[in-house]
Design a protein. Sequence first.
Length: 525
Amino acid sequence: MKLITWLAASLCVIASNAMAQSTLPIGGSFVQAEYLDPQTRVSQLQLITSEMNELDMDTMVVQSTLKKSCATQASGYQWVPGMPDAILDILEQASKKNIKVYMGLGYFTDWWSCTPYYANTGATIEQLTPGIDAIVSIVGGSPYASAFAGWYFPDEPDFANPDDAEFAAVKAHYQQISAFVRSKFNKPLLISPYLYTPPGTQPLSAQGVASRLKTFSTDTGIDIYAVQDSVGTGAKDVGWGREQSVGDYYYYASQAIGRDHLWSVNELFDYGVTLSSGHGGAYLPASIQRINRQLSLASTAYVGKRLGWLPLTHMTALTLPSNGTFYGAARLKDAYKAIYGREGTMLVPAYSWATPPSSNYPDTGNKMFDTLPGDPKSFNSSSWVGVPAWQYPDAASGKYAAEIVMDFGHTSKIDWVATQMLNSFSGGIFLPDQMQIQVSPDGINWTVAGTYLPRCYPTGSGQVCSTTGESIEVRPESGSSAADDSEYVFSNETPLGLNSRYLKLRYFTTSGWLFFGEIEIVSKP
């Protein structure tokens, strides 16, 4: 096997702006209370709050206690499953772990399909009144009432949409809603606007969004703005130079309303054009290097707290029977702890491509470990390395294979191996059918450690894959249209626990290009 020249990189802890920290950077998490099982809710909350403590999170935002839809709009809000009984359990378990709780109010699940939530304020107040009265009574009678930090408005306003008329209507709605909620129980108010705009809509600039935030804050009196970075939902820029970065948005927002009133919501999942499973890698746990960039851009110089969406789904070792375990969640949790120096190590080996990339999409030197993930909206971005897989047939499998070989310099413990990859229909770029991991003590004799398929994610109602089981059929089902465009993080599914000097990764496909962003290797303690 002929190898190209080894790229210059030595075994080391990951070289990035992630430094060992006494406190991990994400300070809180949203919790979807409707996924708590009423039969085991207390034990689930004990697990959840314990993991939050482990990850230095002191803030829980309950997404909603009430909800309505277009179909139930006339009859008003209904309690989400388990509510309002769950409120007492949430406050008790949060209090025991010194976690503060922001309680979500009514969520209009599909308002864009009928009357917008902001167009019927009077009816909304009337319909919310019984629920808020019940929550206030429950909190007031609880010995753990001190855990209640404030209210959360779950209908998320779109501050980056250039439609001024819609913004004015949303602002007028929240002027009345916030005054009403304060009259019931005067606690801090939290809202979570987002930066995402639909394809074809030019978003407002960071300066324009900041101006809106200032006006909105002044007119509504809402206290805290947890601005979603929309890196998962909309692939907002984290350093690719395609547009203003999310750091620009947080900087100008902080200048407008002040750091104490600005939080970030950092999305921990892969971007995909269609945010549902069966379409590439959308909504699965993202790469730690992309998340590291998101957290760095949401600098503590700008934001008072960082929240995650959703650590308890995308970055967890828990297996909750109501919403299942997301593929990659345990991997991301260990990588998160490693990159910020809590425990474990991010490894950076020397490496060589056995199947050289195209000169049009080259690896110009250590790009697999340069901490810049690939831009999922642009296959022409220099952040990607492209391998013309059809040039490298693999006789044993009858497919094509891209291959990369790594040398750690000495025997090293290897637990997680992850690769950020691209599915882009217009570029003829598809996710591989399989990723194979091999190890060797000498770089000559190899042992297969595992072969892994693309995966999708489970929900409380079962698999939402478009195929049977958990495997995504990459060709043709999830690679056959622009609706499938996404990033995806291939990895092993449980810690390898292997000791090896050499590591080989092979990616099998039936045709097309294979595009690589970052490779991440984690050694657990």
